[in-house]
Design a protein around this ligand. Structure first.
Ligand code: COI
Length: 337
C-alpha cells in the first residue's frame, strides 16, 4: 500500500487544460491539491496559509512583494511548472530561504518541432501564398522559396531544446553549427561548436535561439549583432523576448539584412500574449503589430510549448518536485539562485 504523505499543496493559475492532469496526479498520490485559477499575486498569496508548498506558472514576475507575502503565510516551497526562472526575484528567494524548482525538460521536442515548422513556413513563403490565395491569386512568382538542406543553421545554446532542434535540422539535411559557453561532450566530438558568437553570425543562414534570458545576454541580437550576420539571414526565437532588441530587428528587416523571423516570444509580451483583444486593431502594441503585418515575420503568442505532452509533464513533474521538497527538503529540479 502507498504510504500517504500528509502534505497539502496549493496550485495557482491552473487552466482548464491542466486540470485533468493535476486531478489524475492528486488521486494517484493521495495528496490534497487545492486548485486556484488566479495567478499568484500579493492578494492570492494569502490563500496559501496552511499549505506546505505552492505550484505556479505565470509570465508575470514573481516579485519580491509576492514572495514576501507567500513566506509570511508560511510557504517557501515553490515549484514552477515551466523551465524559465528569469521572472523570479532572486533576492527574495535568498532572503526567505525559498526552495524553488522548475521543470527543465517537459518536452524539448514540443519547442523544437514548432521552431522548425515556423522556419519551413518562412522558407517556403506559405504566409504570402496563403494570403494571396484567399484573394484568388494562385500565381507562383515572385515568391520563390529556399531549401533548408542547402543552409547552415546556427544554434545558440545547446541545452535540451537546442539539441532537439539540431536533430530536426540535421534530418532536413542542413549543416548545423552551434555556440554555447558550456560544451556538450557529444557535440564537441562532432565538431559542431564554433568559438565565438561572431563566428556563428558570420556563417549561419539561419539563427535559432535556445538560450535562457540572463542579465548577460539581454538584447544580444542588436544592431551590432545583425550587422555581423550574413545578409538575408533568418532569425528564430522560441526562447525569450529579452534576447532580441525589437527595434533593431525591425531596422534589420526593413533593410533586408534579416530576410525574416519567427518569433514565439516578444520583449513586451507579458499582458499581451494569451489575451483576446477582439480585433487586430485593438492589440495595444504598435511595434508588435508592425511585426505581425509582415509576410516574412511569423509571430505566435508563446505557444511552442503548448502540447498535450508538455502540459501533462509540466503539471505532474512540478507536483512531484513540490511533494519532494515538502517531504525531504530537496527535489530533482532544484534551482540555485
Ligand atoms: C518556459 O517553460 O519557460 C516557457 O517559456 C514556456 C511557458 C510559456 C510555459
Amino acid at each position: 500500500m502507498k504510504e500517504e504523505l500528509t502534505v497539502k499543496i496549493i496550485a495557482y493559475g491552473i487552466r482548464e487544460d491542466e486540470r485533468p492532469y493535476l486531478e489524475e496526479w492528486a488521486q494517484d498520490q493521495g495528496i490534497e491539491v487545492r486548485v486556484v485559477r488566479e495567478l499568484l499575486d500579493e492578494q492570492t498569496a494569502d490563500l496559501a496559509k496552511g499549505y506546505d508548498g505552492a505550484v505556479v506558472y505565470q509570465q508575470k514576475p514573481y516579485s519580491g512583494a509576492i514572495l514576501d507575502r507567500l513566506a509570511a503565510n508560511g510557504v517557501t516551497n515553490l515549484s514552477l511548472r515551466n523551465v524559465g526562472v528569469d521572472n523570479v526575484d532572486a533576492d527574495a528567494v535568498k532572503r526567505h530561504g525559498f526552495k524553488v524548482t522548475n521543470v527543465p525538460a517537459y518536452s524539448p521536442a514540443a519547442i523544437a518541432e514548432f521552431t522548425v515548422t515556423r522556419l519551413m513556413q518562412l522558407l517556403r513563403r506559405t504566409p504570402t501564398f496563403d494570403r494571396e490565395q484567399a484573394l484568388g491569386d494562385l500565381r507562383w512568382a515572385p515568391d520563390i522559396a529556399d531549401e533548408l538542406n542547402t543552409m547552415t543553421v546556427g544554434i545558440v545554446a545547446t541545452g535540451r531544446i537546442g539539441r532537439a532542434a539540431m536533430k530536426i535540422y540535421q534530418g532536413f539535411g542542413a549543416k548545423v553549427i552551434a555556440y554555447d559557453v558550456y560544451h556538450n561532450p557529444e557535440l564537441e566530438k562532432q565538431g559542431i561548436y564554433v568559438d565565438t558568437l561572431d563566428d556563428l553570425y558570420a556563417q549561419a543562414d539561419v539563427i535559432s535561439l535556445h538560450a535562457p534570458a540572463t542579465k548577460d545576454n539581454e538584447k544580444m541580437l542588436n544592431d551590432a549583432a545583425f550587422a555581423k550576420m550574413k545578409p538575408g539571414v533568418w532569425i528564430l526565437n522560441p526562447a525569450r523576448g529579452a534576447l532580441i532588441d525589437t527595434d533593431a530587428l525591425i531596422r534589420a528587416l526593413d533593410s533586408g539584412q534579416v530576410a525574416g523571423a519567427a518569433l514565439d516570444v516578444y520583449e513586451d509580451e507579458v499582458g499581451i500574449f494569451n489575451t483576446d483583444f477582439g480585433s487586430f486593431a485593438s492589440i495595444p502594441d504598435e511595434r508588435l503589430k508592425n511585426l505581425m503585418e509582415r509576410d516574412n515575420v511569423l509571430v505566435s503568442p508563446h505557444i511552442a510549448f503548448y502540447t498535450r505532452t508538455a502540459v501533462k509533464n509540466m503539471v505532474q513533474y512540478a507536483l512531484n518536485n513540490n511533494r519532494d521538497l515538502i517531504a525531504t527538503g530537496h527535489a530533482k529540479n532544484e534551482v540555485q539562485f
